[in-house]
Design a protein around this ligand. Sequence first.
Ligand code: ZEM
Length: 297
Amino acid sequence: LTESNVNKAQLTNHDEKYYQKVYNAIAKKLIDVDDYDYGSYAPLLVRLAWHNSGSYDQNDNSSTRGGSFAGTMRFKKEQGDPENAGLVKGMNYLQSIKDQFPDISHGDLYTLGGVVGIQEMNGPKISWRPGRVDLPIDVTPPYHRLPDASQSTGEYVRSVFTQRLGFTDQELVVLIGVGHAIGKCHTYNSGFDGPWTFSPTTVSNEFFKLLLSEDWKFKKWDGKKQYEDEGSHSLMMLPTDMVLKQDSDMKKWVEIYAKDEDRCMKDFADAFSKLLERGIKFDTPKMYFKTLEEQGL
Ligand code: ZEM
């Protein structure tokens, strides 16, 4: 990396107390406005934070390196990437928070939304820092940097997570498996259908347990190629999810995380925090937020 293409987080006029207020506003809205699957927008906010950050390419030496810094997901251009289908709903959801706290940049808002989503679904504490800056539309990253779920090789998954995003096998396994413990696929967004676990609004290591314990067969339908469990026929795996079990180096981590939930949560917290900060240089200390429950709210 050369100095010129590192995005430097800017100091904001606000302290941790202020961002805790923003956190609380999002967390309260998760309780008040619940007209999404399983009564929670939290999984959608996590996916929004991931897609904001996952457009980063460490090999891109232009000013369009992607990632969460410039907040370019606010533009229709980036929203039009087929992989981002459905995320506008998450951004619209956060608009009232932006109106209440107008100083916060879009990159900070969308990443903080992911932190709130994880923590309020009983997940681990995710360190977070402010200082992303809204930049103009011309730094919008090109399409198709987010992974294509229909791919089914370890080589492909590493081409995104390792070559482009700079994650190890351990980190990519924990990110995908905990990310897909929550929420579901919607045919109207991606063409895939269904949840990965029986507890889609709780952050857990259930994905890893089910990936190993269930018999996964191709789903018989006219839709995209996906897997379903032989037991209940109500859960799903994407082709890229199955790679975590098919690739022997990745599978080692699946086995560790299926057995050790504490390790899983700790490693996920580190990897998710790293994801949100890809391509950004911060000089400020990490912030940690209390859940509504911890504050007695
Ligand atoms: Zn997902 N993801 N993802 N993911 N994801 C979907 C939904 C959700 C992939 C993918 O193609 C899809 C990570 C990694 C990868 C979440 C979090 C994280 C959907 C369904 C697809 C197709 C979208 C829809 O139809 O609404 C692929 C190929 C991945 C890597 C190989 C990582 C990493 C995540 C976070 C850490 C979440 C929370 C959802 C559920 C969203 C919702 O609306 O319920």
